[in-house]
Design a protein around this ligand. Structure first.
Ligand SMILES: *Cc1c(COP(=O)(O)O)cnc(C)c1O
Length: 467
């Protein structure tokens, strides 16, 4: 047997170990961070080790690595596992192409372009649209910002920033906006954070007020980042209202759908991004709602010329054949680029667009179940709203940070907490479409049982003070 074939036999054996582990211990054996190096042998040494020893250490690493695909992981904006997407990603590893040229990627170029074309059609972008697969949602936001900057001030590509550009986003938007403003030379102090309504959606009227003020002060409004699925509440900014403003003032509108932009696949929920065809760019993460392996982020651009203007560079050593439409390196940030398209394509190909719709709808069904449970039980307070897959709540006035940490340290379930305006709460995310309603009810059950038996958990400060 060839060496790679032997390694793949070992791989299959280890995958069986992992799947068995996930069934036995849906929350992994946790190692205290300060004991990590004493507990597992992670050392690298000058001597090789035999496969049997390698296998044993890998088994230990598998058992102690946090399990993100199980029915007790609710911590982040991803979870679960779509088998056909895993298959595609494993094949991408075996093929090991780089997506910059047709010469090196061949049909993989068509696979990526087909996803982009179909996605553009779904959101109503026209024949001039295109896109690319950045490293993630943060990079998608960055690429959108750079295109906006270059559209407003084309000269800055050659001479650097000289104009007083300002950009806008909601207070509830993703933190990458702040970093990106600094990377793009715009500066963190030149982001205007627009307040949100109580449901977490950006207030369009406040945006316009701020723009008028900035113009009066001599600034140049350049970019509005609108969120489809805010990080904490899962809220959708009102795209049509924002587009009325960006069109009026000639500002780039980007819709950051990293979290919940995949609603474009659902007849029932795509109204949440109504007006999306009016945006200049839109991004979504298939590794969030659609359950592909990390990372799989897609940015679509309404006018592909702008993608080209900002990201192309001639390189004779690289682009020697086949033409720009097939040499995707002409519109990407990186040079060498991992194939993130194949895993999404194998999933989409196997379940069809209707299957993707089911994956999305299932998460909203699970969210309804969770919200109903929280609303119907007097020991709970609900903070989030309908049409979101983030269910934010507190239980028995227990301090949410202490509760989430205790649940994690005792390996009960993995869930996080968040804050909106004055409130802090537990944030349950129903993003794992492999889950059923019983899994959601089981989450509440294990949490309540834990609280019953746990040592005294602190009460929320404010409420404790009031009572
Ligand atoms: C997750 C997320 C991002 C960042 O995406 P990464 O792929 O983690 O870089 C950006 N915006 C929103 C709204 C997100 O939820």
């Amino acid at each position: 047997m060839s060496s790679i074939s032997k390694d793949l036999v070992l791989f299959n054996e280890l995958v069986d170990v992992l799947i068995n582990e996930e069934e036995q211990h849906p929350v992994a054996d946790r190692i205290d961070a300060d004991k990590l190096y004493d507990t597992v042998d992670l050392s690298l040494n000058s001597n090789p080790i035999i496969d049997e020893d390698l296998k044993n250490v890998l088994k230990e690493v598998l058992a102690t690595t946090p399990k993100t695909a199980t029915n007790l992981f609710f911590n982040q904006l991803f979870g679960g596992r779509q088998g056909k997407a895993v298959l595609g990603d494993l094949l991408a590893v075996m093929l090991n192409n780089s997506m910059y040229t047709y010469k090196v990627a061949g049909p993989q170029v068509g696979i990526e372009q087909e996803i982009i074309r179909q996605s553009c059609n779904l959101i109503g972008y026209g024949s001039q649209s295109n896109g690319t697969f950045p490293t993630g949602g943060s990079m998608s936001n960055y690429m959108a910002l750079v295109m906006a900057r270059d559209a407003k001030d084309p000269d800055c590509r050659l001479n650097g920033m000289s104009k007083p550009l300002v950009v806008y986003t909601s207070k509830e938007s993703h933190y990458s906006n702040a970093k990106n403003a600094s990377f793009a030379g715009i500066g963190r102090n030149n982001i205007r954070y627009i307040p949100a309504y109580k449901e977490g959606r950006m207030l369009a009227s406040k945006l316009e007020e701020q723009i008028i003020q900035d113009i009066a002060d001599g600034f140049i409004p350049t970019y509005v980042n609108c969120t489809a699925g805010t990080t904490v509440l899962g809220a959708f900014d009102p795209i049509n209202e924002l587009a009325d403003i960006t069109e009026k003032y000639g500002i780039w509108l980007h819709v950051d759908g990293a979290y919940s932009g995949s609603v474009i696949f659902s007849e029932k929920y795509k109204h949440l991004v109504a007006g999306i065809e009016r945006s200049n760019s839109f991004s979504y993460n298939a590794h969030k709602m659609l359950g592909t392996p990390m990372t799989c982020s897609i940015i679509l651009v309404n006018d592909k010329k702008q993608l080209h203007d900002s990201f192309s560079n001639d390189a004779e050593y690289l682009y020697q054949t086949d033409g720009d439409d097939f040499n995707l390196g002409k519109t990407s940030f990186q040079c060498g680029r991992r194939n993130d398209a194949l895993k999404f394509w194998t999933l989409w190909k196997s379940v069809g667009t209707q299957g993707l719709e089911k994956i999305v709808d299932q998460q909203f069904d699970l969210a309804d179940e969770a919200r109903e449970y929280v609303s119907n039980h007097p020991d709970y307070t609900l903070y989030s709203y309908e049409d979101s897959i983030s269910i934010c709540f507190n239980y028995k006035n227990i301090d949410p940070a202490a509760l989430c940490t205790a649940l994690y340290e005792h390996q009960i379930t993995v869930v996080g907490f968040g804050a909106f305006q004055e409130e802090t709460f537990v944030r349950l995310v129903t993003i794992n479409a492999n889950n059923e309603k019983v899994d959601i009810l089981n989450f509440f059950k294990v949490m309540e049982e834990f609280v019953e038996t746990a040592p005294q958990l602190p009460q929320m400060k404010e409420l404790a003070a009031q009572s």
